[in-house]
Write a protein that binds this ligand. Structure first.
Ligand code: HEC
Length: 199
């Protein structure tokens, strides 16, 4: 499009220039007319070029506008999806009632959890607040509810799609947390280990 416009501008300018030269020959002896004609033609040339540049500049802009409005509709569709999504609980089978946490730490569970974390999670997560591949776990039990953590670690994929907090982390980490195939007990033991780490 831009190149097309440039060609048109160059053509008009060329024809105008040849006109100027022709006129100059015709009115060789009439200096004032020659100057007048030249000025007039140059002004017309400039105006024409300006108009072309403006029209070239505007058409892609309007394209952008339409694409913006187009991209807005899928966006609003995306926002519609998590409407039934509870960012406190996440998505999955776990609820606050199921976990029945009373604030005490079961050291045996935490110890088992630590073992599983060493095998399945430590390559990406530290127990401090420092990011490795994924976010550090210090304070995770205050950032998220226990049921959110249980739902996320047992099946991260639906929550990566829907949870705004996880999407923000994904933007920072640039890696999707893979499903580690945890069973109920493993997930529960890891949660205990996280709770102990935050005590
Ligand atoms: C391949 C790297 C990787 C492995 C292995 C991994 N995670 Fe993750 N985890 C991530 C990333 C990356 C995120 C950030 C969210 C995202 O981008 O999906 C994350 C996020 C999390 C969060 C949310 C943290 C927060 O602050 O909200 C928890 C909890 C979590 N992971 C637990 C686990 C557990 C438990 C395991 C082991 C069973 C594990 N992760 C294994 C990469 C990993």
């Amino acid at each position: 499009m831009f190149i097309f416009c440039m060609i048109i501008i160059m053509c008009t300018n060329l024809t105008l220039m040849t006109n100027v030269i022709n006129k100059r020959r015709q009115y060789k002896d009439l200096c004032t007319i020659k100057l007048y004609q030249m000025k007039k033609l140059i002004v017309i040339g400039f105006v024409a070029s300006l108009l072309f540049i403006m029209s070239c500049g505007e058409s892609p802009k309007s394209d952008n506008n339409t694409s913006e409005t187009n991209s807005e509709s899928p966006k609003s569709m995306l926002n519609e999806k998590p409407e039934g999504y509870d960012p406190k609980r996440g998505e999955g089978k776990y609820t606050a009632e199921m976990l029945k946490l009373d604030g005490t730490i079961d050291d045996a569970k935490a110890k088992t959890g630590e073992g599983i974390v060493g095998v399945k999670c430590a390559s990406c997560h530290k127990m401090t607040d420092e990011k490795l591949v994924g976010p550090g776990w210090k304070g995770v039990t205050t950032r998220r509810t226990p049921e959110w953590i249980m739902n996320f670690i047992s099946n991260p994929d639906p929550m990566i799609e829907k949870d705004p907090a996880v999407q923000a982390q994904l933007e920072l980490c640039l890696v999707r947390m893979p499903n580690q195939g945890l069973n109920d007990d493993e997930a529960r033991n890891i949660l205990e280990y996280m709770l102990k780490n935050d005590k």
